[in-house]
Design a protein. Structure first.
Lengths: 112, 115
C-alpha cells in the first residue's frame, strides 16, 4: 500500500552539530513533500517543502534533499540548537487527492 | 500570530457525552479544512476532509456518525465527537488550506480526555 515512513524513531545530536532526518516513501506519484516540526502539545509547524521535480531545496539552516530513484528524502538541520528539539514529520501532499499524509515521525533530542 | 485557531485546547468529558471542537481560519477563507487525530507518540492520522457547504469526506475506517463534521462557513469547521468513550481520548488537530495554493496551516490542537 501507499505510505510515507521514517527510518529512525529517535535521533540524539550534540548541540552545534548537523542533524539529518530521513524519510522513505512508496508513492512515486506524489506531487511534493513537506517537513513539519511538532513540539510537545502543539500542532505541526511547516519547515520546508520540495516539489517532486526538484532534488534539493534550502531554507534557513535547513535543507531538504529528494532522491526519487530510491524514493527517499531527508531533512538536514545545520548547527542544531536546543530549540530544534521536537518531533519531525515528513508528509506527502497528493494534489490529486487534495490531502496531506504524514509519516511516522522522528524525535530529535539535543545533547548539551 | 496563528492563522488557524482551534478551540478548546483541552477538554475533559464524561463517557457518553458529546464534545464539539472548533477550527477557525483567521486570515483567509478556507473552503477546505482537515481533521486529524494523533495518539501519544504516533503520527497524525487524517480523519476527514471538511468541505464548506457540502458533506465531509471521511477516510476509511472513520465513523462518520461518531465524528460529525460541519463546515457551515468559509472560516469555521467543527468536529463533534458524539457519545465519547475513553478510547476516543486523543489529540485532535485541524488544518485549513489556503485556496488555490498547496499550503495548509495547522491549529494548535485539542486534547480530549474522556473519563
Amino acid at each position: 500500500g501507499e505510505s510515507v515512513g521514517l527510518h529512525l524513531p529517535t535521533l540524539s545530536v550534540q548541540e552545534g552539530d548537523n542533524s539529518i532526518i530521513n524519510c522513505a516513501y512508496s508513492n512515486s506519484a506524489s506531487d511534493y513533500f513537506i517537513w513539519y516540526k511538532q513540539e510537545s502539545g502543539k500542532g505541526p509547524q511547516f519547515i520546508i517543502d520540495i516539489r517532486s521535480n526538484m532534488d534539493k531545496r534550502q531554507g534557513q539552516r535547513v535543507t531538504v534533499l529528494l532522491n526519487k530513484t530510491v524514493k527517499h528524502l531527508s531533512l538536514q538541520i545545520a548547527a542544531t540548537q536546543p530549540g530544534d528539539s521536537a518531533v519531525y514529520f515528513c508528509a506527502e501532499n497528493r494534489v490529486s487527492a487534495s490531502k496531506i499524509i504524514f509519516g511516522s515521525g522522528t524525535r530529535l533530542s539535543i545533547r548539551p | 500570530g496563528a492563522v488557524v485557531s482551534q478551540h478548546p485546547s483541552w477538554v475533559i468529558c464524561k463517557s457518553g457525552t458529546s464534545v464539539k471542537i472548533e477550527c477557525r481560519s483567521l486570515d483567509f477563507q478556507a473552503t477546505t479544512m482537515f481533521w486529524y487525530r494523533q495518539f501519544p507518540k504516533q503520527s497524525l492520522m487524517l480523519m476527514a476532509t471538511s468541505n464548506e457547504g457540502s458533506k465531509a469526506t471521511y477516510e476509511q475506517g472513520v465513523e462518520k456518525d461518531k465524528f460529525l463534521i460541519n463546515h457551515a462557513s468559509l472560516t469555521l469547521s467543527t468536529l463533534t465527537v458524539t457519545s465519547a468513550h475513553p478510547e476516543d481520548s486523543s489529540f485532535y488537530i485541524c488544518s485549513a488550506r489556503v485556496p488555490g495554493k498547496n499550503i495548509q496551516y495547522f491549529g494548535a490542537g485539542t486534547r480530549l480526555s474522556v473519563l
